[in-house]
Ligand binder design. Structure first.
Ligand code: SAM
Length: 251
């Protein structure tokens, strides 16, 4: 189809590139990608040769009008990222928003995504879930962000939380989560998904922080944290519930 197609690519295992993804890339007039070496290698494996156009955080605003012009001229443009689903902690949102605003056709070839794969393997409640992506890298900003999540939980949010993290920061990040959300919270670290050394470690935040504090993680990781436990209802709320129960019993 003409228009913009968001194409998911593997997060590790090359066999996860779907036939439809491959067809969309083969038929594209141009493929927008983060790193043309990464996408070039993927396409070369499948004997596809197509124009690659870099699209990343720093040039997305500049590229957007050029891409819109291609789309308006009836071209087929595909968007991929280095791994997984475009836009998910990856470039593309600004382009997609602009294409929608311009009334252009936007579609997707769904496929691999590290967050959802980790969620399904975590053994934690699959929904509701809140995908956070990366926390800030610096300690103070990270603690503040975790504090905002905790405040939302105090206000009633009960969701499984999903974070991306760089392996060299995993230990300190888990430490900050244990401190901000609770040491006993059940959690999971999913590492190297779909790859040879895939591993999911399920334990409390404190235990995981200790484990990865001792031994730096290698490879790519997703952190999944179980929902906050129900908190004891404040007295007023209890009283209201009691009254409602009594009223229901009397009618
Ligand atoms: N767009 C991608 C997706 O759909 O999952 C995510 C891109 S984001 C820049 C990269 C982060 O995703 C990594 O730092 C890691 O947290 C996570 N990730 C990607 N591939 C992974 C894998 N095979 N195993 C575990 N985590 C992975």
């Amino acid at each position: 189809a003409t228009g913009l197609t968001l194409v998911a690519t593997p997060i590790g295992h090359l066999g996860d590139l779907s036939p439809r993804a491959l067809a969309a890339l083969r038929e594209a007039d141009a493929v927008l990608c983060e790193d043309s070496r990464v996408t070039g290698a993927l396409l070369a494996r499948h004997g596809v040769s197509v124009t690659l156009i870099p699209l990343h955080e720093h040039n997305e605003d500049a590229q957007t009008p050029r891409v819109l012009a291609r789309l308006a001229a009836g071209q087929r443009v595909a968007l991929v990222s280095d791994a997984g689903t475009p836009l998910v902690s990856d470039p593309g949102y600004r382009l997609v928003r602009a294409a929608i605003a311009a009334g252009l056709h936007v579609t997707a070839v769904p496929g691999p995504n590290a967050a959802v794969t980790a969620l399904t393997l975590s053994g934690l409640p699959p929904h509701p879930f809140l995908f956070h992506g990366f926390l800030p890298a610096k300690g103070a900003a990270r603690a503040a962000e975790i504090g905002r999540l905790r405040a939302a939980e105090r206000a009633g949010l009960r969701a499984t939380l999903i974070f991306y993290e760089a392996p060299h920061r995993l230990g300190e990040m888990l430490e900050a989560l244990a401190e901000g959300l609770g040491a006993d919270r059940p959690a999971a670290v999913a590492r190297e998904l779909t790859k040879r050394f895939e591993e999911v470690r399920r334990a409390s935040l404190a235990e995981l922080a200790e484990w990865y504090g001792r031994e730096a993680a290698r490879g790519e990781v997703v952190v999944v944290v179980g929902p906050a436990p129900e908190e004891a209802a404040p007295e007023e709320e209890l009283e209201a519930r009691l009254r409602a129960a009594l009223a229901a019993g009397m009618s």
